[in-house]
Design a protein around this ligand. Structure first.
Ligand code: DGJ
Length: 743
């Protein structure tokens, strides 16, 4: 059955996902493209006057006198600049004559099975049996531009993916000063917005608030998606909660500067815009050239925030992440960063590897400090040659020794950076992003390589591949530890400096694309000073991303809740840390640290030779726990049960297998209270008709020795169960595993 139709009589496009519809109308003789509807799935196209087209003064061709009234309230599908729509627009230019106005008139369209790729950009994918695409082409004749709006619907998820291509079909050069990827206008309801705000070690904290009049936006001008704000916006009906109500989510498949904005107009309509941040963006388009704006994912849910979350998770697991590891258990790694920082050598790493191997850990990752003369963060980025003083015999010797212990080996690199104190900088100072005549701003003592230049990208790739080929390296942690400033490139002409931010991101994508094609077996984990580049763009290249440098389980619960609002648990890099925790100074039980890390990729980041014997003794049990539950965590449907961020006392989340035969509930009592009120936990997503064996997991118990109960799915969901948490102390956690035999 077609998911996209064109109703010729009413000139309406209708795009359907399993649970939502999206409608666009070609209106009036001028070919305005108007947004008619986005919401719960409809059975037919409507011809209603939602756009107020039939009433004077809203028919532009019939009432030139009041054209502005139409322009300023019509729900434009791709709003243009400077011709009477005073709400924010999606598209503006600077043409040869110095004018900035733009327009869009419908010209043609096509509908086809499958989905196009985006040149040089990460994008969702699907076969002809999995998705369908609509391309609507319009023209801005005065500027000599052709604009194509792309829409793809997936048959298995409530997601619509949008992007834009602009082609210069005229004879003159033109500058694109703003090319957003998506606009959706909503009519007159009261909404809340959800943004994900943060900071270093506090990324993606959920922030819900009522939407008032005017423009409300989050953005980045940091050259990456950033710790501080996130390329996501949620628009929620006032009554929407975790399980009920209408929720819209928009997420940008891009890793650089962005804007995500909701604007409530004088008429109470709401315009949601998303795309590349127009500030410091200016793209030169010569005749015949094209510009591709990245994808925006739009998700609709009438099952509350949780419904939106599960659609994003499904879409990303099925149609965005390409790595072969996305459907596999990842090796349990131990990373030496918080164990040693820069202070390590071969002997130290091997001592960690020996102990780790004895406990069942599967991979050693050597973090920052193995190259050049880097003994702190003041030097050597760019000099990707092993420091033989620290690692005598080089990488090959170390990796072979680690492999002999039965462990895989992984390495850290920060390929996009250059230290002023490096041989690379001494040879090529012009390879750093900087403005002639200004001393460039240093951050963590380093500068950023100019990845808009092909020769720089080529050099960086050469070094990465040489390192990876020099030994049996099976994992790469790709870090990026500073944001961009001093936007100036020695490789770009003066008129092209406004392209640098975007060209930089394209350079990162080109590198990771080549890397993942040349090293298909490599497990890539992206990272940026913790989780500053945890976005769908990076997920296209790496199946996991380091979530945050804050590994304290209490802080992590909030960070992981915000991250999991959009991103699958399988993508969240999460480790059991040392205590007192290095960022918060908090001490928490080793078990609880394990339960929280289990909600992500799971690994360790501590000196396993020095932590207490009792903690070491728990590791083999935690490893068994990981192997027992990771398939479910990675592939299951995620439900949020309670939020410590909201209630300040406890947290609980659940994953349920798609066939509802299994579930895992994690409960963390953050602060113990005496005489606690009864807190039955009502599970979600189970089959009310099924009987479940409920196991109160004891990771140390012999098989068959854990406490169990048998309860029906409806009782578990509607009456709830007592989690039986030991209340003697803060930060106590509990795993509860449910299994139904009558599948
Ligand atoms: C920031 C990362 O988030 C850390 O895990 C670590 O790799 C450091 N960089 C190393 O410099």
């Amino acid at each position: 059955m077609n998911k996209i139709i064109f109703d010729e009589n009413n000139r309406i496009f209708k795009l359907d996902t399993p649970g939502s519809s999206y409608m666009i109308k070609i209106a009036d003789e001028e070919g305005f493209l108007l947004h008619m509807y986005y919401g719960k799935r409809l059975n037919s196209t409507i011809t209603d006057d939602l756009c107020r087209l039939e009433q004077s003064p809203f028919i532009p061709s019939k009432n030139e006198r009041e054209r502005a009234s139409f322009m300023d309230c019509a729900p434009f599908e791709y709003p243009c600049h400077g011709l009477g729509d005073y709400r924010d627009d999606a598209f503006s230019v600077l043409n040869k004559a110095g004018h900035t106005a733009t327009s869009f008139s419908y010209r043609s369209h096509k509908i086809y099975s499958g989905k196009h790729a985006l040149k040089g950009l990460p994008a969702t994918f699907g076969t002809e049996d999995e998705c369908e695409t609509l391309e609507i082409t319009g023209a801005d004749e005065a500027n000599g531009l052709e604009i194509t709006l792309f829409y793809s619907v997936f048959y298995d998820t409530d997601a619509i993916v949008k992007s834009v291509r602009i082609e210069n079909t005229g004879n003159a050069d033109i500058k694109l000063t703003k090319v957003l990827s998506s606009c959706v206008d909503f009519y007159g309801d009261e909404y809340d917005t959800v943004f994900l705000h943060g900071s270093w070690a506090r990324e993606r904290i959920i922030d819900r608030k009522p939407l008032g009049y005017g423009k409300h936006y989050v953005s980045s001008l940091r050259g990456e998606s950033s710790h501080q704000e996130h390329p996501f916006i949620g628009l929620l009906a006032k009554n929407a909660d975790e399980d009920n109500g209408e929720v819209y989510g928009f997420n940008f498949v891009y890793s650089g500067n962005f804007i995500a904005q909701a604007e409530k107009s004088q008429f109470d309509s709401v315009r949601v815009l998303m795309g590349i941040n127009p500030v410091d963006f200016c793209w030169n388009l010569k005749p015949g050239e094209e510009f591709y704006a990245p994808e925006v994912i739009c998700v609709y849910s009438d099952k509350g925030i949780g419904g939106m979350t599960r659609s994003f998770h499904d879409l990303y697991r099925r149609h965005l992440i390409r790595s072969k590891y996305k459907d596999r258990k990842r090796p349990i790694l131990i990373n030496n960063w918080e164990a040693t920082y820069f202070n390590f050598d071969t002997e130290k790493l091997i001592s960690i590897a020996k102990r780790a191997s004895a406990l069942g850990i599967e991979m050693l990752v050597m973090d920052d400090g193995w190259f050049g003369h880097r003994n702190d963060d003041s030097s050597s980025l760019g000099d990707w040659y092993v420091n033989e003083e620290k690692l005598p015999g080089g990488l090959k010797y170390l990796v072979d020794e680690v492999n002999k212990l039965g462990l895989k080996f992984g390495i850290w690199m920060e390929p996009e950076m250059i230290s002023p104190d490096s041989d690379l900088y001494r040879a090529h100072p012009d390879w750093a992003i900087q403005i002639p005549g200004r001393t460039p701003v240093r951050s963590r003592a380093q500068l950023v390589l100019d990845l808009s230049r092909d020769e720089v990208v080529e050099y960086v790739y050469g070094r990465i591949s040489a390192v990876l080929k020099s030994a049996n390296i099976e994992y790469l942690k790709w870090d990026m530890n500073r944001q961009l400033t001093d936007i100036g490139s020695f490789g770009l002409a003066p008129e092209a400096q406004g392209e640098l931010f975007h060209r930089y991101v394209l350079g990162v994508y080109a590198l990771q694309d080549r890397l993942t094609k040349d090293f298909p077996d490599l497990l890539l984990e992206n990272c940026s000073g913790g989780g500053a580049r945890f976005d769908p763009g990076m997920l296209y290249y790496s199946p996991q991303i380091w979530t945050s440098d804050d590994q304290d389980p209490v802080e992590r619960m909030k960070i992981q809740q915000g991250t999991a609002l959009i991103y699958p648990l399988s993508t969240m890099g999460a480790h059991v840390c040392d205590c007192p925790n290095h960022t918060t100074g908090r001490t928490t039980p080793f078990e609880t640290r394990g339960y929280v890390a289990l909600a992500g990729t799971f690994g360790y980041e501590l000196d396993v030779t020095r932590i207490p014997e009792t903690d070491q003794a728990l590791i083999p049990y935690q490893i068994k726990m990981y192997h027992r539950f990771n398939d479910l965590v990675r592939t299951g449907d995620y439900y949020r049960i309670a939020s410590f961020l909201e209630n300040h006392e406890w947290d609980a989340w659940e994953v349920v297998s798609p066939d509802k035969s299994e579930a895992l509930l994690t409960v963390i009592n953050v602060s113990a209270r005496v005489n606690m009120k009864a807190r039955p936990i009502k599970l979600k997503g189970l089959d009310p008709e099924k009987m479940y064996t409920v196991t109160f997991v004891d990771i140390k118990a012999e098989p068959g020795k854990e406490q169990t109960l048998t309860l029906p799915g409806d009782a578990l969901m509607y009456a709830g169960i007592n989690p039986r948490i030991d209340n003697a102390g803060d930060f106590r956690g509990r795993l509860i595993y449910l299994r139904s035999e009558n599948v």
